[in-house]
Design a protein around this ligand. Structure first.
Ligand code: PEP
Ligand code: MN
Length: 352
């Protein structure tokens, strides 16, 4: 099967969390026609606890084929095992995605990759539940090695315990890290599973676009209030169109003029970064000297009162300089971690 060509950013994937009935699938697809590159609907639903709605299963495959053939939108669903993979190929679906709960297991991913071997079907690999970049890359590599088709990455955030602003923390540094390691990968964002509610979808979708991501997967339902899964985060087709219309899509690359315009500022930035590196190196040198002293005098590495004093004074300094407290605290924690590593190494080195 021919892969659909990538159209202009954002490539839009939408449709219900779960296929529920033929009518719901067809109505949602018709309402979205013209605004979508791919229609999504989950048939086999991974649910946290049993006895929740676990999807209609293979009964929904002909509904997706109807969307593909009669409505005229390429279709995709989630696959979680070899049997799902074989069915997706048999029914000629255009794409499949591997869900976050499956990406965590190299065994499961390999089984799916083997079942897709040589098929040419487009595969989206969601990030694993927890923030492990290597595990995500490993899953992508397993699929790339097996299929002849496109393999795309899909960022859906990372699970955390307890009530949080987001259902799954975006941790943007992980998808950015993926792009740095795999520059050719098409990176998509799934704002629905990051947000867990409709209110935050716009800003997360915008952020994904501002980071240069290729496309968005956003769940939509003809009547979100009665959806059998993920009801709080789904939007109506009309609201999806509004969201897409509001997005500001900025250019990915700089032209010659931009490069010239930014040259001076970039030179200044380079010079500041160079000074930062020199300063950090100097600070670690002092850490070393303090480490030697602690070793000689039988003192522990961690001196809590000193650490608290550091946080307190630097907080005042950052306020004075107009830097957000959280930002400076993050940097200080990294610096302190490295200091502790250096001093622990000194304290535990063999006596000469
Ligand atoms: C989904 O896309 O409906 C889904 C279950 O996603 P995830 O694997 O990201 O939880
Ligand atoms: Mn869902």
């Amino acid at each position: 099967m021919q892969n659909s060509p990538l159209l202009s950013r954002p490539v839009v994937i939408s449709g219900p969390c779960s296929a529920e009935t033929r009518e719901q699938v067809i109505n949602t697809a018709r309402a979205l026609k013209g605004r979508l590159n791919y229609f999504r609907a989950g048939l086999w639903k991974p649910r946290t606890r049993p006895n929740a709605f676990e999807g209609v299963g293979s009964k929904g495959l002909p509904w997706l084929v109807e969307v593909q053939k009669s409505v005229g939108i390429p279709v995709m669903t989630e696959i979680a095992n070899a049997q799902h993979a074989e069915l997706a190929i048999k029914y000629g679906l255009d794409a499949v995605w591997i869900g976050a709960r499956t990406t965590v297991s190299p065994f499961a991913v390999q089984t799916i990759a083997d079942a897709l071997r040589g098929s040419g079907i487009t595969v989206l690999v969601k990030n694993p539940m927890h923030a492990d970049l290597k595990l995500w890359m490993g899953a992508i590599e397993r699929v790339q090695e097996a299929t002849k088709g496109e393999v795309w990455a899909l960022h859906r955030g990372f699970s955390s315990y307890g009530l949080q602003k987001f259902r799954n923390a975006p941790m943007w540094e992980i998808p950015i890290g993926l792009k740095a390691e795999m520059p050719d990968i098409q990176l998509f964002c799934d704002p629905s599973h990051i947000c867990g509610n409709r209110e935050l979808l716009q800003s997360i979708s915008q952020k994904a676009m501002d980071l240069g991501m290729t496309g968005l997967m956003i769940e939509s339902h003809e009547n979100p209030a009665v959806a059998l899964s993920d009801s709080d985060q789904q939007v109506s087709p009309q609201d999806l169109v509004k969201l897409l219309d509001k997005l500001n899509i900025r250019d990915l690359t700089l032209d010659e003029t931009h490069i010239t315009d930014l040259r001076d500022l970039r030179i200044k930035m380079d010079s500041i970064d160079e000074q930062l590196v020199e300063l950090l190196s100097g600070r670690m040198g002092i850490s070393k000297a303090i480490g030697e002293y602690k070793k000689e005098n039988g003192l522990t590495v961690l001196q809590l009162s000193r650490w608290r004093e550091i946080i307190k004074t630097r907080k005042v300094w950052s306020e004075e300089m107009g830097l957000p407290e959280e930002f400076l605290r993050g940097i200080l924690e990294q610096v302190h971690k490295e200091s502790i590593r250096i001093q622990s190494e000194i304290l535990n080195s063999e006596k000469k």
